[in-house]
Write a protein that binds this ligand. Structure first.
Ligand code: HEC
Ligand SMILES: [Cu+2]
Length: 374
């Protein structure tokens, strides 16, 4: 228990720093059974906590047992039903098994004769065919109901629309009607159940399959090239919700983390206002900006209001408004920013941004310039 609790603390790190603290990474190599045991242990602890603690306060920030939005709540209720039914089956089957093993074990005094041989029993066979069929039908209907209720949800006119584009290995977020483009940190308003303001996501991919999964907010949905998918969420509570790309998409899939900031309406409106402005122009173009605009940086990155309009990498117009860089792989500090520009593979080996080979003074100047992008 102690061990598991410590593990959970480790997992609840909000983001990784450097190579070693990605949520769900297990650190040093261990024998494979220890992962399996830990997975089973963590799962059991989560189940027990979910049932025992209605506030579900001490679960990890990515737990499916702590839903904070309607789709996640429906899925949680369904999984609770499935878990209860399967737990009952487990108890019945294993009790019968244990009873048979003990009752009919080989005894010292046994005379070696075969027990009575029974050939078929219509009642028993009917029972063990009909009952499982009924159970499967009930589970099927319950699941179909939840799927339909999520997929057919009405789309109110005041819903926030966001287009999510999965890239190897980062997330692009576009708010088409609000004229905002950002990356990696999704901001959405909280939704009061009395006056819901849900957010509807259109899921696209620029390259390969990805999957958007923030367990506390909604189910898992894939981003498939040339096949737009959709999902929605209406978080009840403000806060930061975490997740991760849930479909293997290449080497850095594990560092393609999801961060959803659920804000009050005022905070959200302010954020939108700030994000829809172009980059703050200074009177003198700084040395760093000159280097940035002379280098291939602008082929891949956009900074609104400047010549930089590349779309291959994240939009950098308001880079400093983000808490992390590289899709949650590292906190957004000047040191990490410099390390990243010098050689992205130090933070994220296999990332699609090349090391640009800048000299030290140029590196400092570019970092300084990026730090002005608020
Ligand atoms: C070939 C395209 C390409 C070039 C050239 C390039 N980048 Fe990038 N850059 C990317 C990609 C792709 C990412 C996202 C990497 C990831 O998170 O996996 C990225 C990420 C970044 C980030 C982190 C952004 C965030 O919000 O997470 C910064 C900062 C950055 N680049 C700065 C630069 C600078 C400065 C240069 C020029 C010296 C440069 N890039 C050149 C493609 C490029
Ligand atoms: Cu991915």
């Amino acid at each position: 228990m102690q061990h598991l609790r410590k593990e959970k603390l480790k997992q609840s790190n909000l983001y990784a720093t450097g190579a070693e603290r990605v949520p769900w990474s297990f650190g040093a190599a261990r024998p494979i059974y220890s992962y399996v045991l830990r997975a089973i242990g963590t799962f059991c602890v989560s189940v027990v906590t979910a049932f025992a603690d209605p506030a579900r306060s001490n679960l990890s920030p990515t737990s499916i047992f702590a839903p904070a939005s309607t789709p996640a709540q429906s899925i949680f209720d369904l999984s609770r039903l499935v878990l209860m039914v399967t737990a009952a089956i487990f108890v019945v089957v294993f009790s019968l098994l244990a009873y048979a093993v003990v009752k009919f074990r080989k005894r010292r005094a046994s005379d070696g004769r075969e027990p009575a041989q029974v050939y078929g029993s219509t009642q028993v066979e009917l029972a063990w065919t009909v009952i499982p069929i009924l159970i499967v039908v009930v589970l099927f209907l319950a699941a179909a109901r939840v799927i339909a209720s999520i997929q057919n949800a009405v789309h109110p006119s005041n819903a926030i629309e966001v287009t999510v584009i999965g890239h190897q290995f980062w997330w692009e977020y576009r708010y088409p009607s609000l004229k905002v483009v950002t990356a990696n940190e999704l901001h959405i308003p909280v939704s009061d159940p009395a006056h819901p303001t849900p957010t509807f996501l259109t899921l696209l991919s620029a390259d390969t399959d990805h999957s958007f999964w923030v367990p506390r907010l909604a189910g898992k949905t894939d981003l498939i090239p040339n096949h737009p998918n959709g999902m929605w969420m209406d978080p009840y509570k403000t806060g930061l919700y975490l997740g991760q790309c849930a479909q293997y998409c290449g080497t850095q899939h594990a560092k393609m983390l999801l961060r959803v900031y659920v804000q009050t309406h005022d905070e959200f409106d302010r954020w939108i206002q700030e994000q829809s402005r172009p980059a703050k122009a200074s009177d003198t173009v700084s040395e760093g900006q000159k280097i940035f605009e002379r280098t291939a940086c602008i082929n891949c990155h956009a900074v609104a209001g400047t010549v930089a309009n590349g779309r291959f990498g994240p939009d950098l117009t308001h880079l400093m408004s983000r808490d992390t860089i590289a899709s949650g792989a590292a906190p957004n500090t000047p040191e990490n920013l410099r390390r990243w520009i010098q050689d992205p593979s130090v933070i994220k080996p296999g990332s699609k941004m090349p090391a640009m080979g800048l000299s030290d003074p140029d590196l400092d100047a570019v970092t300084q310039y990026l730090e002005t992008l608020r």
